[in-house]
Design a binder for this molecule. Structure first.
Ligand SMILES: Nc1ncnc2c1ncn2[C@@H]1O[C@H](COP(=O)(O)OP(=O)(O)OP(=O)(O)O)[C@@H](O)[C@H]1O
Ligand SMILES: [Mg+2]
Length: 410
């Protein structure tokens, strides 16, 4: 297999750093074989700030090294994805006069450049400019204006940026580990682009992406990102609660959460029994009631969705989004989570399929917590290395980004 068909992506999370090395038989396709995959513990990032550069580099290095060993390849460049509380999105609108009779790529480049330069973002670096739609003369909502006859071209674009210093530290750490960054995809953008359909983005919809320590909320209407916010709690809070109330270690609490915790158990309807902590770890003693464990986790899961509701209240949209809520999360496969979300959010709730079926055939990445690292691998193969392909869906958006942002790629 030729080297250029091998792509590596790294997803940096607050609990894990995941590396995936994949080999694509063809360019533009989604089908790939996993050559190497590894999830190393991430100890040095809290709220997406690097707290300890040396520790971070060592965690990054071990994730990469293990994946390299498995694949027998030496990685020189990667696509990076992560979330950061310093991400911000602003909408920029810009208009230009079309240079010829028809709208050309040069016009698109020009209007996107203007939209990018038209926003004043001190101490921030722009990561992506996503053209959500165009206005051609007075015709709104045009997704692909190439070849149209017009005098004026206007773009409505979402500009994703992040704090320069935080990004600088991230880039420095990756460079110190000896690898080049080809591109950076904020998880916030990737998950919404990947799981929301065109129709959902046209009407009001909220995309809820819960990670280990934060929850991202993005609301779209008429293809424009109307609102986005980050709530500083995630599924690790559930683990912390169990550790506190069961007076046990974080590791044991995490195992209890994954293997024993069930929501909505009650003394009236469910049979109470004691879970032996020694079954989870031989060094532990004592027991915890299944009902009590359920109460602990239920309270926290509900709370996360209450926080989302109160964010939606700020834009007068709690319980009032026609396309409802789309959940993106590693454990969304759990049925009860949807029911809990529906009850608290008072909205229809759907799962945003994190990884498409064909990508799940490889068991090593079948857990949806690999969604972002898989998405980025596929995105890069489809759109990353060419800038001229045009389609009116996601491909259009990402090819535009690649084209418009070649200049700022690290
Ligand atoms: N099947 C499951 N049931 C319950 N919780 C789960 C399940 N699978 C994963 N989780 C929880 O999801 C969280 C980890 O999610 P993920 O791996 O996406 O985080 P991350 O990428 O390291 O962090 P970040 O929030 O920074 O993106 C942990 O709290 C983990 O316990
Ligand atoms: Mg993550």
């Amino acid at each position: 297999m030729a080297w250029e068909n091998i792509i590596t992506s790294i997803d940096i999370g607050t609990s894990k750093i995941r590396t995936l090395i994949g080999s694509f038989a063809e360019e533009k396709t989604r089908d790939f074989h996993v050559l190497g995959v590894w999830a190393a513990n991430s100890y040095a990032i809290r709220k997406w700030n690097i707290l300890d550069m040396e520790e971070f580099k060592s965690n990054l290095d071990s994730s990469l090294e293990e994946a390299e060993k498995m694949s027998g390849e030496q990685v020189t460049g990667v696509n990076l994805s992560f979330n950061s509380s310093s991400f911000d999105v602003v909408t920029s609108k810009w208009i230009i006069a079309v240079s010829g009779d028809e709208i050309s790529w040069e016009d698109i480049d020009r209007v996107l450049d203007m939209a990018r330069n038209g926003v004043d973002l001190p101490n921030r670096e722009i990561l992506k400019v996503v053209p959500e739609y165009f206005i051609v003369d007075l015709e709104e909502g045009v997704k692909n204006p190439i070849g149209m006859s017009a005098r004026k071209l206007e773009v409505v674009a979402n500009i994703f940026s992040m704090n320069k210093n935080i990004l600088g530290n991230m880039k420095k750490a990756v460079a110190d580990v000896g690898i080049e960054i080809y591109d950076i995809f904020p998880n916030l953008l990737t998950s919404a682009e990947w799981v929301l359909t065109k129709r959902q983005k046209e009407l009001w919809v909220v995309c809820i992406d819960v990670g280990a320590s934060t929850t991202w909320v993005t609301v779209y209407e008429e293809w424009v990102l109307k609102f986005s916010t980050v709530i500083p709690i995630g599924w690790d809070s559930v683990t912390n609660d169990i550790a506190l109330w069961a007076r046990t270690s974080i590791d044991i609490a995490e195992s209890m959460k994954l293997s024993h915790a069930v929501v909505w158990l009650s003394e009236e309807t469910d049979k109470e029994h004691e879970i032996q902590l020694s079954e989870i770890s031989s060094s532990e003693e004592g027991t915890i009631s299944n009902i009590y464990l359920s109460q602990i986790v239920t309270a926290r899961y509900e709370e996360i969705f209450w926080f989302v509701t109160s964010e939606l209240k700020k834009i007068w949209r709690d319980g009032m989004l026609p396309e409802g809520a789309i959940l993106v999360w590693g454990a969304v496969k759990q049925r009860w989570l949807i029911d809990t979300a529906k009850r608290v959010l008072r909205l229809p709730v759907f799962i945003g399929l994190p990884v498409e079926k064909e990508s799940l055939t490889e068991t090593s990445i079948s857990d949806p917590v690999y969604a972002w690292v898989v998405w980025n691998l596929i995105l890069w193969n489809r759109y990353g290395r060419r800038g001229n392909a045009l389609s009116i869906n996601l491909g259009w958006i990402f090819s535009s980004i690649a084209k418009a942002f070649k200049k700022i790629l690290p």
